[in-house]
Design a protein around this ligand. Structure first.
Ligand SMILES: [Cu+2]
Length: 473
């Protein structure tokens, strides 16, 4: 009778309040931080009329430096920060941490006012984890009448072939020795990042969820909640999750299993759960507000109940404000039955799923983690393995495995009559593509999205990159 009903979870009311209290604290904290940021001109309204504002100085930010460096600016000056790099950067004055820009995304600019900073010498740096250590700091001189001093040297050379290098230096004009030094610096910065793989982070997504059996029904409890999630070392985001995991817990059932999913909404907004790829579902269980159900309000629990009669490679995900909720984590796998293995191929030693993320708070990631925190896969020579890609992002991702070829055996859970070989498998948003591979060449093989700005830049590898490590049998 509970099927499809929306009930207030009175027992967990206290918990809901506690969670909301915590969320509120986070929100208030966020506001506090925002107010703590000084002098960021969102727009300035045009009517700033700052009495004697010095002319702005432009500082380019890239991996991992400020240019020009040193920076000279007049008293009460303003610096225009321009991120010409490939990842977010910010600008903090050491010892005056209230003078801090927000994180400025690649391609964006923002102004920071140094009003109140007395004449003198300072150090500035980017406080994003690892950036200062990689060299992203510069000397800053505040000097009366010096406004504009920095501008003259801030020549911008924007050329992708130069790795967005923004200094006034033309790398092609360097001496051989200087070129080598430049290469060494860049390679060292890349190594520092790349060699962390596989880096440890807090939190593991996609853990198998065991059901509770009630009168022959497999019962699963899912809670939609926002948690702190470490995407890569030091990069902690507000992830929108099921049970605090990105991706959500794995649900594996057999064909004909009656299942019940109790979804409790602890989000600060409504939600609903859709079972993507499970086609033989009662319409009322399809999870699409307002067409098949009312949105599940904060604090409410909705019960989904159905019995799949066909094998399926499904994804469960939010179907309410999905652009935010799904992209920021709220997705998981729902597998019904087993994918048949083509004749002549032995049973794979492992079957796994790679959930592709590319947006929201998670960004470019495999199974909720971004390189170097992605998990490597292993196999011994001769072994077969099965991977199912599931795309929960906004974009297509051509998934490329070095070494073993990929035998595409199923698309969206439908086994192919004629499986085919590819080394790069396009996975569109919403698609599930299943491949088999055989460990046939020992070594550590890169496994990554081949849209290169999802995978590798001047700072090294990032995002949608992992590895398959094949050892001798
Ligand atoms: Cu991609």
């Amino acid at each position: 009778m509970a099927t499809g009903s929306q009930t207030k979870e009175t027992q967990s009311g206290a918990l809901v309040i506690a969670v909301f209290g915590a969320l509120l604290a986070v929100l208030i904290g966020g506001v506090g931080v925002a107010y703590g940021v000084r002098g960021i001109n969102a727009d300035d309204g045009g009517g700033g009329a700052a009495a004697v504002a010095a002319a702005p100085v432009t500082v380019n930010m890239s991996e991992f430096k400020f240019a020009p460096a040193p920076i000279t600016v007049g008293v009460d000056g303003t610096i225009t920060l321009s991120n010409i790099g490939a990842v977010a950067h910010n600008f903090v004055v050491e010892g005056h941490e209230d003078i801090k820009s927000p994180d400025i995304q690649p391609g964006k600019t923002g102004d920071i006012s140094l009003a109140g900073l007395a004449e003198g010498s300072y150090k500035v740096f980017c406080n994003i984890a690892g950036h200062r250590a990689a060299g992203m700091e510069a000397a800053l001189t505040v000097k009366a009448g010096a406004a504009g001093t920095g501008v003259a040297t801030a020549t911008t050379v924007l050329d992708p072939a130069l790795n967005h290098d923004s200094t006034a230096i033309d790398p092609f004009a360097l001496t051989d020795e200087q070129k080598l030094e430049r290469a060494n610096n860049m390679d060292e910065a890349m190594d520092e990042r790349n060699l962390q793989f596989p880096a440890k982070t807090e939190g593991v997504g996609g853990q198998l969820l065991e059901p509770r059996i009630e009168n022959g029904v497999k019962v699963y409890d899912l809670t939609a909640e926002v948690v702190k999630w470490e995407v890569e070392p030091g990069k902690i985001v507000n992830a929108w999750t099921y049970n605090g995991q990105v991706p959500g817990p794995k649900i594996h059932i057999n064909v004909g299993d009656p299942i019940r999913i109790n979804l409790t909404n602890n989000l600060p907004e409504s939600t609903a759960l859709h079972f993507h790829g499970i086609s033989d579902i009662p319409n009322a269980m399809d999870g699409v507000p307002p067409i098949t159900q009312h949105p599940i309000k904060p604090g409410e629990t909705f019960v989904y109940e159905f019995t799949p009669q066909r094998p399926a490679v499904g994804m469960y995900h939010s179907h309410h404000n999905a652009q935010v909720q799904v992209a920021s984590g709220m997705a998981g796998e729902l597998l019904v039955g087993e994918m048949p293995i083509p004749a002549g191929i032995p049973t794979p030693v492992w079957k796994d799923t790679m959930n592709l993320y590319d947006a929201g708070t998670i960004g470019y990631a495999l199974n909720g983690k971004s390189f170097p925190a992605t998990a490597p896969y292993t196999a011994k020579m001769g072994e077969w393995f099965q991977m199912t890609y599931m795309n929960e992002g906004y974009q297509i991702h051509p998934m490329h495995l070095h070494g073993p070829r990929q035998l595409v055996t199923a698309i969206d859970g439908e086994p192919l009559a004629s499986p085919y070989w590819e080394d790069t498998v396009n996975v569109a948003p919403g698609q599930r593509i299943t491949v088999l591979g055989q460990a046939d060449n020992p070594g550590a093989w890169a496994w990554h999205c081949h849209i290169l700005n999802h995978a590798e830049g001047p700072q090294g590898m990032f995002g949608m990159v992992t590895a398959l490590i094949i050892s001798e049998a």
